[in-house]
Ligand binder design. Structure first.
Ligand code: SD4
Length: 326
């Protein structure tokens, strides 16, 4: 599995990215100030995805097109074993994908437990644009995708098939969360017009029960955008993010005047307070961007060290601070 630490070492070694200002430097209150295009996304798979999104933003394109195109890069990459093609399957060997998208008009589209389609984010967008609904799941989502020209594909790669077979041999068929067996790309972008959109896509918890759905396709959990305020996205243990409607909570904190960093921190603190689970043993985190282009991130525990951002065509790493259990 692609590790976050490996990614950071690699990007720093190749000099593609530069460490930058602490997220805590973000100002407190969004205003009506004009912003330049910016795209920010979660953790390790963000660099190539952001580059793709940036091409659209730099050409004056819409943030909705940018976030879709951006996360499609991660969905198509078999080396990223937690998203799209080459994603880790459930415990029965099925790759089931969750995704959602939200634009500046608060239009939303979601798919959950979708199999055989490499780009669930594009199916989610089509649900938003072509149906009277906001979410399609499982077989119905697959039927809808096929009816709209998507190709049915085997999403298991040799690598993920072998890893799953090893898991079956060495485990007792119980889904166990470990902070290396799940990840998500969540992306937020503001275009030249000042409009914000977001996208979120994942194969979810590796070796989960068949039919399990996480936070990533749920608006207000894995992703939320309010074009007046800002947006947030999450990764980590979806069960805990759903419990507190995580990204909606982050955006509400920003609405009440908190910086993106503070909003993420307060939301993580609420999650830690509310969960019946020992959060020390798992991870979850939030990334937020406000309408001024200010951003912040905060996670339950180390593991999500950096997010990545492109602004003015330049990559930067965004430090992620983490909760101190005490
Ligand atoms: C889920 N939130 O399915 C996703 C997985 C993830 O980092 O992001 N892990 O619960």
């Amino acid at each position: 599995m692609n590790t976050r630490r490996g990614f950071i070492a690699q990007t720093l070694a190749t000099g593609v990215t530069l460490p930058i200002a602490s997220a805590a430097m973000a100002q407190d209150k969004p205003s009506a100030k004009a912003v330049r295009p910016v795209v920010i996304s979660t953790w390790n798979m963000g660099v190539a995805a952001n580059e793709e999104a940036w091409k659209i933003l730099a050409a004056g394109g819409k943030s909705l097109d940018a976030v879709e195109a951006g996360v499609k890069i991660s969905e198509a990459d078999p080396a990223i074993t937690s998203v799209g093609y080459g994603g880790t399957p459930d415990r029965d060997g099925h790759v089931t994908l969750d995704a959602c998208i939200m634009d500046e008009k608060s239009r939303i589209g979601c798919v959950a437990a979708l199999e055989h389609i490499k780009h669930p984010i594009s199916v989610a967008r089509l649900v938003m644009e072509k149906t009277p609904h906001v979410m399609l799941v499982g077989e119905g989502a697959l039927q809808f995708a096929l009816a709209n020209g998507f190709k049915k594909e085997d999403l298991l790669t040799e690598q993920t098939k072998k890893a799953w077979e090893d898991w079956v041999k060495n485990n007792d068929y119980t889904p166990v969360i470990d902070f290396q067996n799940h990840d998500t790309i969540g992306m937020l972008a503001i275009d030249a017009n000042g409009d914000m959109s977001g996208a979120c896509t994942t194969s979810g918890w590796g070796y989960k029960m068949h039919g399990r759905v996480g936070d990533s396709p749920i608006i207000g959990a894995g992703l939320f955008v309010d074009n007046e305020i800002g947006g947030a996205t999450s990764t980590g243990l979806g069960e805990e993010v759903i419990r507190i409607c995580g990204t909606h909570t982050v955006v509400e904190y920003m609405r009440h005047g908190h910086s993106p960093y503070e909003a993420c921190k307060l939301t993580v603190e609420r999650m830690v307070r509310k969960t019946p689970r020992k959060m020390e043993e798992v991870s979850a985190g939030f990334l937020a961007l406000n309408k001024n282009g200010e951003y912040g991130a905060y996670a339950v525990r180390p593991g999500y060290e950096m997010a990545v951002k492109v602004e003015n065509g330049k990559h930067e790493l965004v430090p992620v601070e983490f909760h101190k259990f005490g």
